[in-house]
Ligand binder design. Structure first.
Ligand SMILES: *[C@@H]1O[C@H](CO)[C@@H](O)[C@H](O)[C@H]1NC(C)=O
Ligand SMILES: *[C@@H]1O[C@H](CO)[C@@H](O)[C@H](O)[C@H]1NC(C)=O
Length: 281
């Protein structure tokens, strides 16, 4: 046993060594065999800046649950192979799209403090964008126009009250749109017009009473989905359970022809099967 004074000194030495270590060196670097990419797991490290000395071939960077208040794409320019970036649970107030991240396919900004949609240019390969559980109130016109490859957009748990008609213009590849748990009171006619690939639309947890006539494109049938039994069609049942709609008779009637119970054949995509869901929720 060391005398107490020496123990104290030894402890101080340890503390100063730890302080000198580049924070990023604490990240856990390993091969993600499922995705076949090198993964840097830097979650829960109390980081306030993006680590600057990760392996150059990092493909997956997990930065969730840190203290990153503001992040710019410029911080990741030294990682040219970056494909997945998780910045969830950071209290993030701003995300700056500076220099492009050409390979980035998945960007998770969920559970942060974003008060507005961040600019999204310079992310041409993006497939999956997680913006759930922020404080976004508005979507600017054509906000996602630069994301022509996007397949999954998660906006649940924000403060959206209304949407411009072309909020989702340009998202021709979008398959899964989650607008649940916002404050939507109405939806504009034409909102879905350009969403040619949409197969899952999630609207539960809003204040919708009706949708405009012809809101749903004629040749599309949507499985209304809800993980929460308050609204929508219960996915696993063959028929739509009328009781599971909370949106009111008018909306029910306007949906029943194109949604649950129609003969048009519904693509019943199971919830939670998206690539994003594992990280974002
Ligand atoms: C990342 O590290 C955290 C903390 O060590 C751990 O809880 C989590 O499971 C890791 N995530 C992955 C995807 O390996
Ligand atoms: C409707 O969709 C089906 C299946 O995708 C397609 O074969 C058909 O041509 C479409 N009809 C119209 C009018 O677009």
């Amino acid at each position: 046993m060391l005398p107490p004074a020496l123990t104290h000194l030894a402890l101080l030495a340890l503390v100063s060594v730890a302080g000198a270590v580049e924070q990023g060196e604490l990240c856990q670097i390993e091969m993600n065999n499922i995705k076949g990419k090198l993964q840097a797991n830097c979650t829960w490290l109390a980081l306030s800046t993006v680590p600057s000395q990760l392996p150059k071939d990092t493909g997956i960077l997990l930065l969730g649950s840190n203290h990153l208040a503001s992040v710019s794409t410029s911080s990741f320019q030294y990682l040219p192979m970056l494909v997945d970036l998780d910045l969830s649970h950071n209290g993030l107030k701003s995300f700056h799209a500076g220099p492009p991240l050409l390979q980035l396919q998945e960007l998770i900004l969920s559970h942060n403090a974003l008060g507005a949609l961040p600019p999204l240019q310079g992310l041409p390969a993006l497939l999956c964008l997680g913006l759930a559980h922020n404080s976004i109130k508005d979507l600017p016109l054509g906000a996602f126009r630069s994301l022509g490859n996007l397949k999954e957009l998660d906006l649940k748990g924000n403060r959206l009250q209304r949407l411009p008609k072309d909020a989702f213009a340009g998202l021709a590849a979008l398959q899964d749109l989650d607008l649940s748990n916002n404050a939507l009171e109405e939806l504009p006619l034409g909102l879905l017009t350009e969403l040619e690939s949409l197969d899952t639309l999630r609207l539960p947890g809003n204040r919708l009473r009706t949708v405009p006539t012809d809101f749903f494109p004629k040749n599309h049938s949507f499985p209304y989905s809800s993980q929460h039994p308050v609204a929508g069609c219960v996915h696993t049942s063959q028929r739509c359970n009328k009781q599971s709609w909370y949106l009111g008779q008018t909306l029910w009637e306007s949906l029943v022809g194109v949604g649950c119970g129609s003969e048009s054949g519904l693509g019943r995509r199971l919830l939670g099967s998206g690539d994003c869901d594992t990280i974002s929720s």
